[in-house]
Structures are given as C-alpha cells and as structure tokens.
Design a protein around this ligand. Structure first.
Ligand code: COA
Ligand code: MG
Length: 287
C-alpha cells in the first residue's frame, strides 16, 4: 500500500460551499466534508447534497476526500451512509464509535461502496477508551484504516478542561496511538480550537507529533501550513534515516544488530523507523 501524507487534514462543514471550493486549492493533505457536528439540523440535507456533488465533481487533486457522516443513532445517519457509499470518497468517517460492534455496523453500510472507499472512525467517547485494542482489531474484518481523535467530544463527555498542553487527554491520546499501531492504523490528532493562535497551534502540533500521530485535523485554512511543517520529517531526520538505511545495506553490517552511524548508535529497530521517515518524506515530495 502506498503511504499517503496526512500532515494536515482540514474539516469543513459540507453546508459551506465556499469552504469546499476553497479546499480544492489549499495545501492540505486531506479534506473532511463534515455532515455531523459542524452542520445545524436544518442544513443536514443540503450539506449531504453538497458533499455528494463535491465528491462527484472532484478537482481535489492529490488530496484525500473524506465524508464525516452523522451517527447511526441519529435521524440522518442512514441517509448519509447511503449517499457516501454511492459516491465513493476515499473514506467515510464514522463519529462516536464505541467498540468493534459499531465499526461493523458502519462497515456493513459500505458493503456496496467502491473498494477504494475506506472506513475511518472518531475516537471521542468515554466508552471506546475501554475498548481501544478490540476496536482497532476490527480493521482485520472491515474497511477500517484510520482513527481520528475527537478532542472536543472527549472533553465534553469527561467534563475535563481543555488546555493547549492537554494534560487531561494524555492517557487517551497515547493509548489510542498504541492501539492504532498494534493493528497498523493511521491515527490523526484532534483539532486545536484557537483560530488566531499560531503559536498555540504549533505547540500542540509538535505535541501530537511527539505522541506519535501521523498528522493533525484542522478547522481553518490558516492552520494548514503549520501542521504541514511540523509533521514533515526535517531534512536532518531524512538525511540520518538515509544514512542508517545505507549503513545497514553494507555487506560488512549484514550480520550486525547495532552499528555506528554519524556518531550515533543505530539498531535494526532504527532501520524500521528510518524506512518509515524516508517513506513519509517521499510521499510528501510526490504529493
Ligand atoms: N475549510 C475551508 N475554508 C474555510 C474553512 C475551512 N474549515 N474555514 C474558513 N474557510 C474560508 C472561509 O470560507 C473564508 O473564505 P473566503 O475568504 O473566500 O470568504 C476564509 O476561509 C476565511 O474564513 P474566516 O472568516 O476566517 O472564518 P469564519 O470566521 O467565517 O469561520 C469557522 C470560522 C470556525 C466557523 C470556520 O473556520 C469553520 O467552519 N471551520 C470548520 C469547522 C468544522 O468543520 N468543524 C468540525 C470538526 S471540529
Ligand atoms: Mg465529535
């Protein structure tokens, strides 16, 4: 499977046609056309029609296009899933998934969707925090390939207070990353609500990177450039990764577990990380 860069994944209400049009020219790696919480009840049907029309019209270039549907426990969920399945975006994002059973329920609605349409799931309820591993394992029997943290809903459900450094979410964030990685899922960090706080956004992007996230979900075009910069491997990281790969490829090092590269110890586990860094860098260059 080719690696897709997912540094910057921009939400927009699918009721906002101007935002959808704008997204076709923004340097984000993916766009999420939201039918759920960013859309008022009266605008749900219009938003669904605009999301379908946008996917049909295309023009998003290399960007992945995802439709976030309303929950199956709402009046709009079934219609959203039927519409999304028929138009075949890169992924359908299911909100408020609680367990593997929920993954199976959303997946079943995609039975007739094109093969390229994957299932993504929001990790944003208290309940799923106690089923993370089994929910990720549902990827073996479904289209599930990625998770998206829903910081605002987690805070709402727990009653926690959200700060830029997010102490209250450290456990959910790191356990979600671990569960996702067990089953090879991609995982994206939650949004930063500050629209005019580039320093706060940058700090939170960096924190997400340090936690192991592949990228960040975003809410405004002015957040894209910062996420792209923070989540891209630095030239130094790429150079060192290439040096590690080259060193392990030398016949002299074939039988060795640990070697010296540019004054640092490199083990075979670092080779795996190095290959990932180079793959991410090449995916960004190809984008
Ligand atoms: N995606 C694409 N374009 C966007 C955008 C987004 N998420 N947010 C704003 N824009 C566009 C606006 O349409 C506007 O375009 P224009 O200059 O052509 O008119 C431009 O960027 C500037 O927007 P601005 O005036 O700064 O934003 P706002 O104050 O009108 O809106 C929000 C602020 C938060 C309501 C808006 O950014 C938004 O809807 N964000 C996404 C919310 C969402 O999807 N949440 C769900 C997941 S948490
Ligand atoms: Mg949510």
């Amino acid at each position: 499977m080719t690696l897709r860069p997912r540094r910057s994944v921009l939400y927009m209400p699918a009721s906002n046609q101007k935002a959808i049009d704008k997204a076709r020219n923004l340097p984000c790696d993916a766009v999420i056309l939201d039918l759920e919480d960013a859309v008022a009840p009266d605008a749900k049907d219009m938003a669904r029609e605009q999301a379908v029309a946008a996917v049909k019209a295309g023009g998003f270039g290399r960007r992945e296009v995802i439709i976030r549907v309303n929950g199956l426990d709402t009046p709009w969920g079934e219609a959203d899933l039927a519409a999304a399945a028929s138009v075949g975006p890169d992924a359908v994002l299911a909100p408020k998934v609680n367990d593997a059973g929920d993954v199976a329920r959303y997946d079943a609605r995609l039975d007739h969707a094109p093969g390229h349409t994957k299932l993504w799931a929001m990790i944003e309820t208290c309940r799923v925090l106690f089923h993370l591993e089994s929910t990720a394992a549902a990827s073996r029997t479904s289209r599930l390939t990625a998770w998206v943290m829903g910081a605002n809903d987690l805070v709402k459900e727990t009653g926690a207070r959200l700060t830029t450094t997010r102490e209250a979410l450290w456990a959910p964030l790191s356990l979600s990353v671990a569960a996702a990685r067990i089953h090879g899922l991609s995982i994206l960090d939650g949004v930063f609500n500050g629209l005019d706080d580039p320093d706060g956004l940058e700090r939170q992007c960096r924190q997400g990177l340090e936690f192991g996230f592949d990228g960040k979900t975003l809410i405004h075009p002015n957040q894209v450039e910062i996420a792209n910069r923070v989540f891209a491997p630095t030239p130094d990281e790429v150079n060192f990764a290439r040096a590690v790969i080259a060193a392990f490829a030398l016949p002299d090092n074939a039988g060795k577990g640990a070697i010296r590269v540019d004054g640092k110890m490199a083990e075979r586990l670092h080779l795996v990380q190095a290959e990932r860094i180079v793959a991410v860098a090449e995916a960004i260059l190809a984008a």
